[in-house]
Design a protein around this ligand. Structure first.
Ligand code: GLY
Length: 573
C-alpha cells in the first residue's frame, strides 16, 4: 500500500483547510488545481516521482511522466513551473546544474551556471580605495551573471521525449491564470517589497500596494508572455529578440553590463560528473564549476575508514569526526576550486585516498582542530537556491539544483518580461584573499573574469547500490549544500535511515571559516555541550537546506520525501 503523508498549507484560506486526498495526477493544467492544492511530504510511489520546492511544480513534473515523458521531461517542466510558482529561487533568470543517469547507465552533467558578462572585470566591485562594495555584487543590475537556465533546459531536451511546447504549457497556464500563494510565499514577497521597489525600474506583478496574504492569487502576465516567446521560438525566444532586448534595456536603466552579445553567446556545457565509491555504493555528483561533488567526495572518503555506523547517529563521536572532515574539505574549496575552463582544478588529487588520509593525519578525536592551523581561504554564499529530485518508471534518475543565488536574486525584475535576475556575481570571490561581508575569504581560482562561471556549492547527487538506482538527492543552502547532502547520505548508508529521517533529522555545518559549527535548533543539546567542552564554538541557526530525496526501496517503490523545512512537496504515481 502507498504510504502518504499530506500536510495542508496553513494559509488561512478555507479551501486549503479541508482535508484533501493526495491529488491524482492525470494531466498538467487539467486535473492540477492551482487554486486548491496540498503539500505532500512523503509517499512511496510505485512507478515515478518528483520532489521539489512547490506542490504545483512537483505535480506538473509527475503529470509529464504520466503522459509518456521521462525524468528529463519532468525536470524541464518542473523547473519551468518553479519559475512561476516559486519566484524566490525557481527561475529563468538564473542558472543551475542537472545531473542525470539514464536507465542504460549513461551519465549526463549539464552545466548551465551563469557566466560573467564580457564587460566584467576582476575588481569591478571595488571602490577607488580598493574596498569591496558588497551592495553591488548582491543587489541590483550589476549583480547579475548571464542567465543559463533556458539554455540548460534546451540542452536537457536532447534526453527528453515530449515536445518542449508541451513541457512549458503548464508554466504558461500558471503564470497567465495565476495560482494561490502560501503563507511562506506571501511573507517572502512582503519582506522583499522594499528592495523590489529599489532595484526594479518598472511595475511588476510581484509588487502590489497592499500586503500579500496566504490565499491571494498571483497572476504574472508578462512572465506568461516571455514563456510564450520561448515556447514559440525556442532558446532564441530568451537569448535573442524581444526578451533579450527587454533584458538589455533593463540593464541600461540600472547600470548593468549584460549585452545582447552576452546573451546570444551563452551556452550550456556538458561536464563529466564526479564519481567515487563510499562503503560499497557508487556516488555520482557534480563537477566544477560546482565545488559540491568534490567536497562531498572528500568528506565521505575522509570518514570512510572510521566505523561511523557503530558510533551512532549524532553522538559526540560521529558528529565530531564529521565536522573535522567538513572543516578540511571546505579549506580546500577556497584554495583549489573555480571554473575549470579558467582554472585547473586538481580534481583527481583532491579525491585521492592518500591525499585525503594525509588531510586527516592531524585529526584528534579528543579536541577541536583550529581552522587557522588547517589552511587559508573560503567563500560564503547566499542560501536561496532550489532542488528537484526525479525518477521515472524506467529508472532514469535526474537531480537538478538551480538558483538565483539570494532569495529573489538581485531583486531586479526585467521590465516587461516579468522575471527576476540572479545575483550570482556574488558567488565569485569579489576580492581574492580578502574576507567578504561574511568574514570568509576566497582565492584567485574564483576571481572574476569575463565569460567565467562563478564557483558554486550546488550538489545534485545520485547514489547507486549494486550498480542500480538507489538515491536521488540534493538541496539548496549555499555553502551548507554539500554538508546537507553528505549528512543525508551518511544517515542513509551508515545509520540505515529512511529517506524521510535522513532528510528531516537535525543538521550541523562547519565550513572552515568562520571557525564555528552552526546547528539547527533541534540539534541534541547534550552533544552541543560536549562539543563546546572540546573547544568548538557552536551557533544555533534557522533551517539548514531543504533537501529533496528519492530512495528506491528493495521492493522497487520510490520512497519520495520533501523536506519539512519549507512548502516542499512530492508527487508521483
Ligand atoms: N548560489 C549558490 C551556489 O551556487 O552555491
Amino acid at each position: 500500500m502507498r504510504k502518504i503523508v499530506v500536510l495542508l498549507l496553513a494559509i488561512g484560506c478555507m479551501q486549503f483547510l479541508t482535508a484533501q486526498p493526495v491529488p491524482s495526477i492525470v494531466g498538467a493544467g487539467k486535473s492540477i488545481d492551482p487554486y486548491k492544492y496540498s503539500i505532500v511530504k512523503k509517499a512511496d510511489f510505485s512507478t515515478a516521482s518528483v520532489s521539489s520546492a512547490h506542490p504545483l511544480a512537483s505535480m506538473v513534473g509527475a503529470a509529464m511522466m504520466q503522459k509518456g515523458g521521462n525524468a528529463f521531461d519532468a525536470a524541464i517542466a518542473t523547473q519551468l513551473a518553479l519559475a512561476v510558482v516559486y519566484p524566490g529561487a525557481g527561475n529563468i533568470g538564473g542558472g543551475g546544474f542537472l545531473l542525470g543517469r539514464k536507465s542504460n547507465g549513461e551519465l549526463i552533467g549539464i552545466d548551465y551556471r551563469e557566466a560573467a558578462p564580457a564587460k566584467a572585470s576582476r575588481d569591478m566591485y571595488l571602490d577607488k580605495n580598493g574596498n569591496v562594495q558588497m551592495a553591488l555584487s548582491q543587489t541590483g543590475h550589476l549583480a547579475s551573471g548571464i542567465p543559463g537556465t533556458i539554455a540548460g533546459l534546451f540542452a536537457t531536451l536532447d534526453y527528453a521525449r515530449l515536445p518542449f511546447k508541451q513541457l512549458i504549457q503548464p508554466a504558461i497556464d500558471l503564470a497567465e491564470k495565476g495560482f494561490v500563494i502560501s503563507e511562506k510565499e506571501a511573507a517572502g514577497l512582503n519582506a522583499t517589497k522594499e528592495s523590489f521597489s529599489k532595484f526594479t525600474t518598472r511595475p511588476s506583478a510581484l509588487v502590489k500596494e497592499a500586503k500579500w496574504k496566504a490565499g491571494d492569487t498571483l497572476i504574472q502576465k508578462e512572465l506568461a508572455a516571455t514563456l510564450k516567446r520561448i515556447q514559440k521560438e525556442g532558446a532564441r525566444g530568451f537569448y535573442e529578440g524581444e526578451t533579450a532586448k527587454l533584458i538589455v534595456e533593463e540593464m541600461q536603466r540600472g547600470n548593468g553590463i549584460i549585452t545582447l552579445d552576452d546573451l546570444k553567446d551563452y551556452t550550456a556545457k556538458l561536464r563529466n560528473p564526479v564519481e567515487f565509491d563510499y562503503r560499497g555504493h557508487r556516488i555520482i555528483s557534480f563537477a566544477p564549476p560546482s565545488s559540491g561533488g568534490i567536497i562531498i567526495g572528500q568528506m565521505l572518503k575522509m570518514i570512510e575508514k572510521y566505523p561511523v555506523g557503530s558510533y551512532g547517529f549524532q553522538t559526540l563521536k560521529s558528529v565530531q569526526l564529521m565536522i573535522e572532515a567538513e572543516r578540511r574539505a571546505y579549506a580546500d574549496r577556497a584554495e583549489h576550486m573555480g571554473d575549470p575552463d579558467f582554472y585547473k582544478v586538481p580534481v583527481k588529487t583532491l579525491l585521492d585516498e592518500t591525499y585525503l588520509a594525509q588531510r586527516m593525519s592531524d585529526y584528534n578525536p579528543e579536541k577541536a582542530s583550529a581552522s587557522v592551523a588547517i589552511k587559508a581561504g573560503s567563500i560564503k554564499e547566499s542560501e536561496e537556491t532550489t532542488h528537484l529530485s526525479i525518477i521515472d518508471g524506467d529508472g532514469n534518475m535526474v537531480s537538478v539544483t538551480t538558483t538565483l543565488n539570494g532569495g529573489y536574486g538581485s531583486r531586479t525584475i526585467v521590465g516587461g518580461a516579468g522575471f527576476l535576475l540572479n545575483n550570482e556575481m556574488d558567488d565569485f570571490s569579489v576580492k581574492p584573499g580578502v574576507p567578504n561581508m561574511y568574514g570568509a575569504v576566497g582565492g584567485e581560482a574564483n576571481s572574476i573574469q569575463p565569460g567565467k562561471r562563478m564557483l558554486s556549492s550546488m550538489t545534485p547527487t545520485l547514489v547507486l547500490k549494486k550498480n542500480k538506482p538507489y538515491v536521488v538527492i540534493g538541496t539548496p543552502g549555499g555553502t551548507t549544500i554539500p554538508t546537507s547532502v553528505y549528512q543525508a547520505i551518511v544517515n542513509i548508508i551508515d545509520f540505515s535511515m529512511s529517506a524521510d529521517d535522513a532528510v528531516n533529522k537535525p543538521k550541523f555545518h562547519h565550513q572552515w571559516l568562520p571557525d564555528e559549527v552552526t546547528v539547527e535548533k533541534d540539534f541534541d543539546a547534550g552533544v552541543k555541550k560536549q562539543l563546546q567542552a572540546m573547544g568548538y564554538k557552536i551557533t544555533e541557526r534557522a533551517a539548514i537546506g531543504r533537501t529533496e530525496a528519492i530512495r528506491v526501496l528493495a521492493n522497487g517503490k520510490r520512497e519520495t520525501v520533501a523536506d519539512k523545512r519549507g512548502d516542499d512537496s512530492v508527487a508521483g504515481f
